[in-house]
Design a protein around this ligand. Structure first.
Ligand SMILES: Cc1ncc(COP(=O)(O)O)c(C=O)c1O
Length: 387
């Protein structure tokens, strides 16, 4: 290991805090002084501002992205035993939330280039499971906008309306991404966001939000996050406690003001990577159609993934893999989740070949250039293999 080199991190939540330190400290101090620590004016303010930013009727702050998905599913009226079509190439939270709602995740392969739910496979799965309707009643699709690239919402919504399914958007990696100028989170029946500290819109702890244009779903989500209350101490629904706290909401209001600029910075860094890696035997990310990609991750693909990763690590460049084990192959899920009849070969191949390069808005041009140079160095010294 070369000890002269400075370590480059894959993501850096502390750099985000430092960049906005004064504003964040003031926001936290404001909450401490105001004396309301749960569901007060900061949560209400953030919900208003986030809904306006996305162009949706309402946003409901909750405790995490996992809870946001879980409560979004319940808000649409999902019942135990209902089938939910989704991907295995995602954070385990997507599947965990479906099971928390008592529903059955049915797994479908992804488009190999956008890494999002493949509409052709979805359509075939709808046919397959409609034929089995006595066993599973299909109710919804969870579309995951993975790495910041929106799923093909036009195609997915069209299929969903033909098969009478709700579309729920998992926007945990896609704050501010859009299709034809329309933000993700506003396309489906309901959307779920995570504000985990490494996300494009980060809190300094756990936090999430449900967003929707549907008045009934919004009202139900708001009730479900606090014991099913419309009126205090009277539970109209069997709800839970999944409240967003005031300090996180105040921090999110600060970070929301910087989200567009930080997404733009991510796009610039992605542009730098793509320009300078283009001639290497790597599959680089694409932005397909009229989408605005927000590069939560910049993910390359190569059959030499493990060697490249080890080489970069030896050069003090830390990378991640999102995700090394698809959900259907993890011990908790293996052999028990229904899988579309075409199987998940692309998902399995991706998990062996993808690599997430360092990507966050505070990465400097010099750091990104060093990442490129080290990757070029790897291939220059005979690391090149067919992708
Ligand atoms: C695609 C996806 N869905 C859901 C989640 C869950 O969010 P959280 O970690 O806030 O529960 C995450 C975050 O890890 C995610 O990346």
């Amino acid at each position: 290991m070369n000890t002269d080199l400075q370590t480059i991190l894959p993501t850096d939540p502390r750099a985000g805090y430092r960049a906005h330190e004064e504003e964040i400290r003031q926001a936290i101090q404001g909450v401490l002084d105001a004396g309301t620590y749960i569901l007060g004016s900061e949560v209400a303010g953030f919900e208003r501002e986030f809904a306006a930013y996305l162009g949706v009727r309402s946003a409901i702050g909750v405790a995490s992205g996992t809870d946001a998905l879980y409560l979004a599913l319940l808000s649409c009226g999902l019942r135990p035993g209902d089938g939910v079509l989704t991907v295995s190439h995602t954070a385990v939270a997507t599947i965990a939330a479906i099971e928390m709602a008592g529903a059955i995740p049915i797994l479908i392969d992804v488009d190999p280039l956008t890494h999002t739910l493949d509409p052709d496979r979805l359509e075939d799965a709808c046919d397959e499971y409609r034929a089995l309707s006595a066993e599973v009643s299909m109710k919804a699709i969870v579309a995951v906008h993975l790495y910041g690239h929106p799923a093909d919402m036009t195609a997915l919504q069209e299929i969903a309306s033909r098969y009478d399914l709700f579309v729920i958007e998992d926007c945990a990696q896609a704050h501010g991404s859009a299709i034809e100028g329309v933000k993700t989170g506003s396309w489906g029946a309901i959307g779920a966001f995570s504000f985990y500290p490494t996300k494009n819109l980060p809190a300094l702890g756990d936090a999430g939000a449900i967003v929707t244009n549907h008045p009934d779903f919004g009202e139900r989500a708001r009730m479900l996050r606090e014991y099913g209350w419309r009126e205090r101490y009277v539970s109209q629904l069997p709800g839970t406690n999944s409240r967003l706290d005031e300090i996180q909401a105040a921090i999110l209001r600060v970070r929301l003001r910087h989200l567009e600029a930080e997404n733009q910075r991510r796009r610039e860094l992605a542009g730098l990577y793509s320009d300078q890696l283009r001639d290497l035997p790597l599959v680089l990310p694409i932005a397909r159609g009229q989408v605005s990609h927000v590069y939560h991750q910049y993910v390359i693909q190569t059959s030499s993934r493990d060697e490249l990763r080890r080489y970069l690590d030896s050069r003090r460049i830390k990378t991640l893999v999102h995700y090394p084990v698809p959900v259907h192959l993890q011990p908790a899920y293996r052999d028990r989740l229904p899988i579309h009849r075409a199987g998940l070969p692309r998902t399995e191949r991706l998990s062996a070949e993808i690599l997430s390069l360092p990507m966050h808005p505070f990465l400097t041009e010099a750091q990104a250039t060093r990442v490129v140079e080290e990757i070029r160095g790897f291939y220059g010294r005979g690391g090149s293999r067919p992708t």
